[in-house]
Ligand binder design. Structure first.
Ligand SMILES: [Mn+2]
Length: 277
């Protein structure tokens, strides 16, 4: 793993996911810098590019967010094969699965043939995540419910005290949650690896859990491209078929300012396109 990509910026394939555009957490400037500094034959967007769950609750869409969409479309216009795999946060884009527009394809999952001729299953991964799959309402409830339960804890312990019951340990509860999170991740990895094997693939490339990874799990090459919310990571395939996780610096000075070309009137519908993309 490199901390800074000093090597060629042109790759055979690039895999990115979980930018969560539409939230303030999206690291758009780092992502724009990354798009500007790299090029590839194939560019896979492995889900959760846009966070429509968040957009439905609270509309947040800045110029930066438009720039990301414009930059991606420009890459496609210039010949990069753009494969867009919607995730659970941009699940409404699954209505466009099967759509092909020039060098853009929207698909639920893809098989990427590496330069070494090996099959890699590319998918977002939420369908193999038990919580999202079997209890989507629970996943959407998410952090707010967790925070609510924490405030309940204070009240609960006050009651327990009056009833002369021992204090219920918050730290033990948290530790248990961490343990459960670790179990969740390993169950998730096992599930995607199993799916790859079912589809006769040598490896699997996914996102969703926001943790970049590159290792062998039971003979299957497990690759996760991470996210652009906290870690700013991408997965690249070099021309010789070697995969590498790139950690992009978040506060990198942009050497050449992004050219803001004026778009012809007909193209000013980008924000709408952004929603369709
Ligand atoms: Mn996801």
């Amino acid at each position: 793993m490199l901390t800074r990509p000093d090597l060629p910026s042109r790759y055979r394939a690039i895999f990115v996911s979980d930018l969560h555009l539409g939230t303030q957490r999206a690291q758009t400037s780092a992502f724009l810098h990354f798009l500007q500094a790299t090029d590839s034959e194939y560019l896979y967007i492995v889900g959760d590019l846009i966070d429509s769950w968040a957009l439905q609750k609270n509309w947040y869409w800045s110029q930066d967010h438009n720039d990301v969409i414009q930059k991606l479309l420009r890459k496609a216009r210039k010949g990069t094969r753009l494969i867009y795999i919607p995730g659970n946060h941009d699940e409404n884009f699954r209505d466009f699965v099967g759509l092909r527009l020039g060098s853009i394809a929207v698909t639920e999952e893809a098989i990427h043939i590496s330069a070494k001729g090996q099959r890699y299953l590319v998918l977002h991964g939420d369908k193999l995540d038990g919580v999202v799959c079997f209890a989507p309402w629970l996943a959407k409830l998410g952090d707010s419910a967790y925070e609510f339960s924490m405030s309940i804890n204070v009240v609960l312990n006050r009651i327990r005290r009056t009833l002369r019951m021992p204090y219920w340990s918050l730290s033990a509860y948290l530790k248990n949650r961490v343990k459960k999170a670790v179990e969740f991740v390993s169950r998730y990895e096992e599930a995607v690896v199993r799916e790859a094997r079912l589809q006769h693939c040598a490896g699997v490339i996914c996102g969703h859990i926001h943790t970049a990874d590159d290792r062998q799990i039971e003979g299957v090459h497990y690759l996760n491209d991470g996210d652009w919310v906290e870690s700013c990571t991408a997965l690249v395939e070099h021309h010789d078929g070697r995969f590498e996780i790139i950690h992009w610096p978040t506060a990198a000075p942009i050497a050449t300012p992004l050219k803001k070309k004026r778009l012809p009137a007909a193209r000013i519908e980008i924000p709408v396109t952004a929603m369709l993309f």
